[in-house]
Design a protein around this ligand. Structure first.
Ligand SMILES: *[C@@H]1O[C@H](CO)[C@@H](O)[C@H](O)[C@H]1NC(C)=O
Ligand SMILES: *[C@@H]1O[C@H](CO)[C@@H](O)[C@H](O)[C@H]1NC(C)=O
Length: 420
């Protein structure tokens, strides 16, 4: 039943190139120290389950900029982080909040909806299928502004108005997830990541972003998470959007921080158990680097630190800049040809660091701020792999150890996969 319904969704996706089947965080689950999901799942604010009568994707998708805006690259300071149904810290019946301890690892799961397995349906999208960010705060605002958080809050908490932190930054494609369809990526992953179909996912494998709640999150209070999926269309790839297109989706969630775990947990020293049931398992590469977002801080762009330190003398065929004020030349048409062999895999590119170091490009200015008569407006700048919103004017000092964790051989492997 469910499978045929999903096949219907795919037919829809295939026939409408700009189909509206997008992604949001459908479930949050605590991860035990061995990498297994434990306890009862939690849900976003105002969640509408797919099984609910009258469900449609639009009930859960929040698009920034809205598709009514003439300039598809313009994000305004007034744009809100949360959709109307997620402004309040309220749950709907049947979709309770996650309960977790401070410091607990948590999996945020979402469906790929073909964005991973049918990449040719949307020309000009980044090969990692966009970047997902999770921000956390104990002081959310009801009308939280998107630009006050995204690109402002940093892993060390010193960014923007300092009310929150960047907890995680990953590829939308976690290297494992798929929906069942006839595309070759789905076919390959289905064989590689075998699992029992279950009531939640059907035969599909949901994507996930594994984060860790701050150990300082106060018990007995709510801790707010903002999930941001940055999925731009790059310039010069889709004739409809010669200058590219910003496309961002968010989900707003709260976690109830409890003093004592309701779960009986295995010993913390155990570590990720290999070959466990994939229906309940974290992504190993993310799970073992849960606190590794320091390279994403605003003062040292990961793009700069990783590319400058590990691949200083590469040519820069893949770099692109997108600005509605100063459009740059289109890249050479071959520069970004999507090659599905380049779909990130768990072993090679599922961590943001590995991903960045696999891209041959040097430091790029990554954004532009300009003034209109009344407001500051931020223009997104797009590179093949990353979208950031930082103005980089001063020289960034790169510490030599910054990406030492990524061995050169790994980097070469990733690049070879790209060029094949
Ligand atoms: C991991 O630990 C949890 C909680 O202690 C347990 O329920 C689960 O069975 C363990 N998973 C594996 C694969 O051993
Ligand atoms: C999958 O199919 C696409 C489109 O037909 C093709 O370009 C690509 O090389 C294939 N990838 C793999 C991994 O077989």
């Amino acid at each position: 039943m469910r499978a045929s319904w999903l096949q219907g969704v795919f037919i829809l996706l295939l026939s409408t190139r700009h189909g509206q089947a997008h992604s949001w965080v459908e479930q949050l689950t605590v991860i035990a120290p061995n990498g297994t999901f434990v306890g009862s799942p939690g849900y976003s604010r105002g969640n509408v389950l797919r099984s609910e009568h009258g469900f449609s994707d639009t009930k859960m998708t929040h698009l920034i900029p809205p598709n009514t805006r003439a300039d598809v690259n313009l994000i305004l300071p007034t744009d809100r982080m949360c959709m109307d149904s997620q402004l309040e810290q309220k749950q709907t019946a049947g979709s309770p909040r996650l309960q977790a301890k401070a410091g607990d690892p948590v999996a945020l799961r979402y469906q790929e909806n073909g964005h991973v397995t049918l990449p040719w349906n949307q020309p000009g999208k980044p090969p990692n299928r966009g970047t997902v960010y999770v921000y956390g705060t104990t002081q959310p605002k009801r009308r939280e502004k998107f630009l006050d958080v995204h690109g402002a809050w940093t892993a060390d908490g010193t960014g923007g108005d300092k009310r929150g932190v960047l907890l995680s930054k990953q590829n939308f494609d976690d290297g494992r997830c798929y929906q069942i369809n006839s595309g070759n990526i789905s076919q390959i992953r289905k064989e590689k990541y075998v699992h029992q179909a279950n009531a939640l996912m059907g035969a599909d494998m949901w994507c996930q972003q594994d984060i860790q709640l701050p150990s300082t999150a106060p018990s007995g209070k709510l801790y707010t998470l903002y999930w941001v999926w940055d999925w731009p269309t790059l310039p010069g790839k889709d004739p409809t959007y010669p200058k590219g297109k910003a496309e961002i989706y968010t989900t707003c969630m709260d976690v109830e921080v409890v003093a004592h775990s309701p779960h009986v947990l295995a010993s913390a020293s155990e570590g990720y158990v290999a070959n466990q049931d994939l229906n309940y398992a974290a992504i190993p590469s993310q799970f073992t680097h849960l606190d590794d977002v320091s390279s994403s801080s605003a003062t040292t762009s990961p793009l700069l630190s990783a590319s400058a330190s590990s691949i200083p003398h590469q040519p820069q065929p893949d770099s692109l800049t997108l600005s509605s004020l100063t459009p740059h030349e289109s890249p050479s048409p071959s520069a970004l040809n999507l090659d599905t062999t380049a779909v990130p895999t768990e072993s090679v590119t599922s961590s943001a660091t590995a991903l960045v170091t696999s891209v041959p490009q040097g430091p790029q200015p990554t954004s532009t701020l300009y003034l209109t008569s009344t407001q500051v407006v931020r223009i997104l700048t797009v590179t093949e792999w990353l979208t950031t919103e930082k103005v980089i004017e001063k020289t960034v000092t790169v510490t030599a150890g910054g990406s030492a964790a990524t061995p050169v051989s790994r980097h070469r492997l990733a690049r070879r996969r790209w060029r094949e």
